[in-house]
Design a protein around this ligand. Structure first.
Ligand SMILES: *[C@@H]1O[C@H](CO)[C@@H](O)[C@H](O)[C@H]1NC(C)=O
Ligand SMILES: *[C@@H]1O[C@H](CO)[C@@H](O)[C@H](O)[C@H]1NC(C)=O
Ligand SMILES: *[C@@H]1O[C@H](CO)[C@@H](O)[C@H](O)[C@H]1NC(C)=O
Ligand SMILES: *[C@@H]1O[C@H](CO)[C@@H](O)[C@H](O)[C@H]1NC(C)=O
Ligand SMILES: [Zn+2]
Ligand SMILES: [Zn+2]
Length: 587
């Protein structure tokens, strides 16, 4: 009995941590203790869940047990615990029942950043066949490129529209998402949600998104096209539904189309666009309840309705990805990187190259190379991040290595922060080969200013490089917008232009790598990056970034494969050496 209840505690714990809800046994009603998930707790919970299946508990029994634990420990409220468990259990049971997963490997994937042990990591191994066509010689580009002929491209990331957003509701509600009618009683005026949005755990009201898009159409009416890297749905991941997700998807596409009627839009799917959140089954799962077919069918319908050519439909229906020619010489490749997300249950299964996306990518890039096209890759989750499974990231990195002359830029969202990510030569770790541009979110979730980006791209000539020459990020200040109230429209302004802000000659891999190296020595420069990373949100900026935070942000910039941390260890050593020598001086 004791073991059983312990198991259930651990089970709830793992559910809450897996779902990003901190596991916090409550001391007083609004004072929570935080609880760090450990590898052993994770393993205990996995054992507990699988035992519950093996002893014949029904899904309802398991959900009841989790809800009971939530109530007795005063964790998140029953609705959230039930919602998250109800959504997750059928998928987890299917994976277990069909022996798609090795229980001892689960925590190693789920908590890859904590280096939890694997029972048999070899079982998870896979790699895709490398291109059989030899890599062409690398042509050095003239740098800096002339700005003689350029196009502008708008990048929208992570709008997370909350249809239930309500000004004046509780913005400090203790749930993962607040600022809704259902967020509970407001006890002080300070807790009231702002009219235009809120820096706390809240997503965006419609009016602010509409204001943003309207502003863009006024100030950037000349953009050639729009890239849109997903996550349209709010963060209430315990109460989503297929119907609402589809409605949000269509409404937001309608909004952008209203203000940019003739501008092509290139979308991708974000982890929040699935229901249950994060759950992207591979195409061989044809079960209507568990599969992702409904989502891909809907995406194919909407994306072609809003302007993509019909040729994209087959791959969108198969796995949520596509390619299409933007201009003669420029190919767009839109990937569904949610298959690498460690919080996608199907990533824990033995799936190898889910939905064949990476094999398809290799083939697509071979064709592009033969046709002398350049490629832009867009997707939601940046490979190489701590929440993208290491084997997937490694295989992706190999593809980028092979096609470094064809893939001239990558664009992502998901982190909600303003970031670069560098890829390096696998044969020469000091040679940077590619830059991923990660754009900040339109949502303020959390402690971030709403923002969007405009890139300047070398284009429109037959021999254009299609490289990113520069970008600027625009934001609005929610504090001042809410102070001015409903009668004044928010003021959008340019937060920074990358080249000017960081004194860069261009945005080539080599120059961005040099920028990274400069930040190791130049704290003022790093502080500037840090400010823009959080889009000048006052609360975070005034807290500052200590050494641990600095290492983390710098490490992300150069990590395209989480299993290879040598470069990060070098940062650690460099920054600690600095500290040692400062200590010595102080002595
Ligand atoms: C669920 O929501 C919480 C808070 O909004 C977030 O931190 C977490 O990442 C979400 N979980 C998933 C699995 O998306
Ligand atoms: C579990 O698997 C067996 C056979 O592998 C199958 O007959 C049964 O329906 C499955 N149950 C569930 C709930 O998937
Ligand atoms: C590795 O790359 C650096 C930077 O591009 C270059 O200077 C160096 O010669 C390369 N080393 C080898 C062994 O190719
Ligand atoms: C945002 O507005 C508040 C209130 O007007 C102001 O104190 C703050 O400095 C502003 N922040 C930025 C980054 O402009
Ligand atoms: Zn995301
Ligand atoms: Zn997001």
């Amino acid at each position: 009995m004791r073991f059983f209840s312990l198991t259930i505690v651990a089970l709830s714990c793992v559910f809450s941590t897996i779902q990003g809800l901190p596991f916090k046994p409550v001391v007083k009603s609004n004072e929570r203790r935080s609880f760090l998930p450990t590898c052993s707790l994770c393993n205990l919970a996995v054992r507990g869940i699988f035992q519950s299946f093996d002893i014949g508990l029904t899904n309802e029994d398991i959900v009841d047990n989790i809800a009971l634990t939530c109530i007795s420990l005063n964790l998140y409220d029953e609705e959230i615990c039930r919602g998250v468990a109800t959504d997750a259990i059928p998928t987890v049971r299917y994976i277990h029942n069909n022996s798609l997963v090795d229980p001892g490997n689960i925590c190693g994937i789920l908590m890859q950043e904590a280096n939890c042990a694997f029972s048999d990591r070899d079982k998870l191994e896979w790699s895709i066949a490398p291109s059989s066509i030899p890599k062409p010689e690398i042509v050095q580009l003239d740098s800096p490129l002339s700005d003689a002929s350029t196009i502008k491209v708008l990048h929208l990331a992570d709008p997370h529209w909350d249809p239930e957003y309500m000004e004046g509701s509780n913005a400090n509600c203790g749930k993962p998402l607040c600022c809704r009618a259902s967020s509970g009683l407001v006890t002080t005026t300070e807790d009231e949600a702002g009219y235009w949005g809120d820096y706390r755990k809240c997503d965006m009201p419609w009016r602010t998104l509409e204001n943003a898009v309207k502003h863009m159409s006024k100030h950037h009416s000349d953009v050639a096209y729009i890239i849109w890297t997903g996550d349209l749905v709010p963060h209430d991941n315990w109460s989503t539904s297929r119907e609402e997700n589809m409605l949000i998807h269509e409404s937001l596409l309608n909004l952008v189309k209203k203000y940019f009627p003739d501008t092509p839009i290139y979308p991708t799917l974000g982890n929040h666009d699935a229901h249950p959140t994060n759950t992207f089954a591979p195409p061989e799962i044809t079960d209507q309840e568990l599969g992702a077919e409904w989502l891909y069918q809907d995406a194919a319908r909407l994306w072609t309705k809003f302007g993509l050519p019909d040729e994209v439909s087959d791959t969108v229906r198969h796995g949520g990805y596509y390619t299409t020619l933007v201009r003669p010489g420029l190919r767009m490749v839109s990937l569904n990187t949610n298959y690498c997300y460690t919080f996608n249950w199907w990533t824990l299964s033995s799936a190898k190259d889910p939905a064949s996306i990476l094999s398809w990518l290799t083939k697509t890039l071979e064709d592009a190379e033969a046709a002398h096209e350049k490629v832009h890759i867009i997707a939601h989750i940046p490979p190489g991040n701590e929440d993208c499974w290491a084997i997937y990231s490694r295989e992706f990195e190999r593809i980028i290595n092979r096609f470094e002359s064809t893939v001239v830029a990558q664009f992502y969202g998901h982190t909600h922060n303003e970031e670069f990510k560098l890829f390096y030569d696998n044969a020469n770790a000091t040679r940077p080969i590619n830059v991923a541009f990660i754009a900040g979110s339109m949502t303020s979730f959390t402690d971030l200013s709403p923002s969007y980006r405009v890139y300047t791209i070398d284009g429109e000539r037959p021999d254009s490089s299609w490289r990113v020459l520069d970008y600027s990020t625009w934001m609005m200040n929610l504090t001042s917008a809410n102070l001015r109230g409903p009668t004044h429209l928010p003021e959008w302004f340019e937060l920074y232009q990358a080249k000017k802000e960081y004194a860069l000659t261009d945005l080539s891999p080599k120059t961005v790598d040099g920028f990274f190296t400069r930040m190791l020595d130049d704290d003022a420069l790093f502080q500037l990056y840090f400010k823009n990373y959080h889009k000048a949100a006052d609360k975070i900026i005034s807290k500052g970034c200590d050494e641990k935070c600095r290492k983390k942000i710098l490490c992300r910039l150069i990590t395209s494969n989480i299993a290879e941390r040598e470069r990060c260890n070098q940062i650690d050593r460099k920054l600690s050496k600095e500290k040692d020598s400062l200590d010595t001086i102080a002595l």
